[in-house]
Design a protein around this ligand. Structure first.
Ligand SMILES: [Zn+2]
Length: 147
Protein backbone atom coordinates (compact mmCIF):
# COMPACT_ATOMS: atom_id res chain seq x y z
CA UNK A 1 0.00 0.00 0.00
CA UNK A 2 2.89 2.35 0.50
CA UNK A 3 3.68 1.87 -3.16
CA UNK A 4 0.80 0.56 -5.22
CA UNK A 5 -2.55 1.47 -3.78
CA UNK A 6 -4.63 -1.30 -2.30
CA UNK A 7 -7.29 -1.27 -5.01
CA UNK A 8 -4.65 -1.38 -7.74
CA UNK A 9 -3.36 -4.60 -6.20
CA UNK A 10 -6.93 -5.93 -6.12
CA UNK A 11 -7.46 -5.07 -9.82
CA UNK A 12 -4.14 -6.63 -10.85
CA UNK A 13 -4.88 -9.69 -8.69
CA UNK A 14 -8.17 -10.16 -10.53
CA UNK A 15 -6.41 -9.82 -13.91
CA UNK A 16 -3.84 -12.39 -12.73
CA UNK A 17 -6.70 -14.70 -11.65
CA UNK A 18 -8.22 -14.50 -15.15
CA UNK A 19 -4.86 -14.98 -16.89
CA UNK A 20 -4.09 -18.12 -14.85
CA UNK A 21 -7.52 -19.58 -15.69
CA UNK A 22 -6.91 -18.83 -19.39
CA UNK A 23 -3.58 -20.68 -19.14
CA UNK A 24 -5.57 -23.78 -18.09
CA UNK A 25 -4.87 -23.92 -14.35
CA UNK A 26 -7.57 -24.62 -11.78
CA UNK A 27 -9.78 -22.06 -10.04
CA UNK A 28 -8.13 -22.95 -6.71
CA UNK A 29 -4.66 -22.22 -8.07
CA UNK A 30 -5.85 -18.95 -9.64
CA UNK A 31 -7.60 -17.95 -6.38
CA UNK A 32 -4.52 -18.74 -4.28
CA UNK A 33 -2.45 -16.56 -6.63
CA UNK A 34 -4.90 -13.64 -6.49
CA UNK A 35 -5.47 -13.81 -2.72
CA UNK A 36 -1.75 -14.07 -1.98
CA UNK A 37 -1.00 -11.08 -4.21
CA UNK A 38 -3.63 -9.00 -2.38
CA UNK A 39 -3.54 -10.30 1.21
CA UNK A 40 0.23 -9.84 1.56
CA UNK A 41 -0.47 -6.17 2.34
CA UNK A 42 -2.07 -7.21 5.63
CA UNK A 43 1.35 -6.74 7.20
CA UNK A 44 1.06 -2.97 6.68
CA UNK A 45 -2.07 -3.02 8.82
CA UNK A 46 -0.52 -5.32 11.41
CA UNK A 47 2.38 -2.88 11.77
CA UNK A 48 0.02 0.11 11.96
CA UNK A 49 -2.21 -1.54 14.56
CA UNK A 50 0.82 -2.52 16.64
CA UNK A 51 2.46 0.90 16.36
CA UNK A 52 -0.58 3.10 16.94
CA UNK A 53 -2.76 0.69 18.97
CA UNK A 54 -5.59 1.56 16.61
CA UNK A 55 -7.79 -0.75 14.55
CA UNK A 56 -8.98 2.03 12.26
CA UNK A 57 -8.53 0.41 8.83
CA UNK A 58 -9.48 3.49 6.82
CA UNK A 59 -7.15 5.77 8.75
CA UNK A 60 -4.29 3.29 8.34
CA UNK A 61 -4.99 2.94 4.61
CA UNK A 62 -5.09 6.72 4.16
CA UNK A 63 -1.86 7.28 6.05
CA UNK A 64 0.01 4.66 4.05
CA UNK A 65 -1.33 5.84 0.70
CA UNK A 66 -0.60 9.50 1.45
CA UNK A 67 2.91 8.62 2.62
CA UNK A 68 2.15 10.19 5.99
CA UNK A 69 4.22 7.52 7.73
CA UNK A 70 7.46 8.22 5.90
CA UNK A 71 9.35 9.16 9.05
CA UNK A 72 8.67 5.82 10.68
CA UNK A 73 10.77 2.72 10.25
CA UNK A 74 8.08 0.43 8.87
CA UNK A 75 8.62 -3.33 9.22
CA UNK A 76 6.51 -5.55 7.01
CA UNK A 77 7.17 -9.24 7.54
CA UNK A 78 5.51 -10.48 4.34
CA UNK A 79 7.49 -8.00 2.22
CA UNK A 80 10.87 -9.39 3.26
CA UNK A 81 13.26 -11.55 1.26
CA UNK A 82 13.24 -14.16 4.05
CA UNK A 83 9.46 -14.60 3.86
CA UNK A 84 9.65 -14.73 0.07
CA UNK A 85 12.29 -17.50 0.28
CA UNK A 86 10.13 -19.32 2.85
CA UNK A 87 7.21 -19.40 0.38
CA UNK A 88 9.60 -20.66 -2.30
CA UNK A 89 10.56 -23.57 0.00
CA UNK A 90 6.86 -24.21 0.76
CA UNK A 91 6.17 -24.53 -2.97
CA UNK A 92 7.70 -28.03 -2.92
CA UNK A 93 4.55 -29.10 -1.03
CA UNK A 94 2.36 -28.81 -4.14
CA UNK A 95 0.99 -26.68 -6.95
CA UNK A 96 -1.29 -24.54 -4.75
CA UNK A 97 1.72 -23.63 -2.58
CA UNK A 98 3.65 -22.76 -5.73
CA UNK A 99 0.84 -20.36 -6.71
CA UNK A 100 1.11 -18.79 -3.24
CA UNK A 101 4.78 -18.16 -4.02
CA UNK A 102 3.87 -16.79 -7.47
CA UNK A 103 1.20 -14.45 -6.03
CA UNK A 104 3.62 -13.05 -3.47
CA UNK A 105 6.35 -12.73 -6.11
CA UNK A 106 3.92 -10.87 -8.38
CA UNK A 107 3.03 -8.41 -5.62
CA UNK A 108 6.66 -7.80 -4.63
CA UNK A 109 7.64 -7.34 -8.27
CA UNK A 110 4.93 -4.67 -8.68
CA UNK A 111 6.01 -2.89 -5.49
CA UNK A 112 9.68 -3.06 -6.43
CA UNK A 113 9.07 -1.91 -10.02
CA UNK A 114 7.06 1.04 -8.82
CA UNK A 115 9.82 2.08 -6.42
CA UNK A 116 12.33 1.94 -9.30
CA UNK A 117 10.14 3.79 -11.79
CA UNK A 118 8.26 6.40 -9.82
CA UNK A 119 8.80 6.60 -6.15
CA UNK A 120 12.43 6.12 -5.30
CA UNK A 121 12.90 9.46 -3.53
CA UNK A 122 9.49 9.39 -1.92
CA UNK A 123 9.65 5.71 -0.94
CA UNK A 124 13.20 5.90 0.40
CA UNK A 125 11.86 8.16 3.11
CA UNK A 126 9.55 5.38 4.26
CA UNK A 127 12.65 3.52 5.56
CA UNK A 128 11.22 0.25 4.40
CA UNK A 129 13.05 -2.92 5.43
CA UNK A 130 13.24 -5.58 2.73
CA UNK A 131 14.95 -8.04 5.09
CA UNK A 132 14.27 -9.38 8.61
CA UNK A 133 18.01 -9.71 9.26
CA UNK A 134 18.65 -6.17 7.96
CA UNK A 135 15.87 -4.82 10.16
CA UNK A 136 17.25 -6.60 13.26
CA UNK A 137 20.78 -5.29 12.61
CA UNK A 138 19.46 -1.76 12.09
CA UNK A 139 17.34 -1.98 15.26
CA UNK A 140 20.28 -3.33 17.30
CA UNK A 141 22.51 -0.47 16.12
CA UNK A 142 19.77 2.01 16.98
CA UNK A 143 19.51 0.60 20.53
CA UNK A 144 23.31 0.72 20.91
CA UNK A 145 23.45 4.36 19.83
CA UNK A 146 20.80 5.32 22.40
CA UNK A 147 22.61 3.58 25.30
ZN1 LIG B 1 2.98 -4.20 -0.95
Amino acid sequence: MIFLKFFEHVALGIIGFAAILLLGFSRTEAAVFALASIAIDIDHLAWYFWKFKSMDFLKAKRQFENHELRDFSVFKLFHTIEFWLFTLVLSILGTAWFFLFLGISFHLLLDFTQVQLYGRKKCAKAKRSWSIIGYLIKSKNKWKSTE
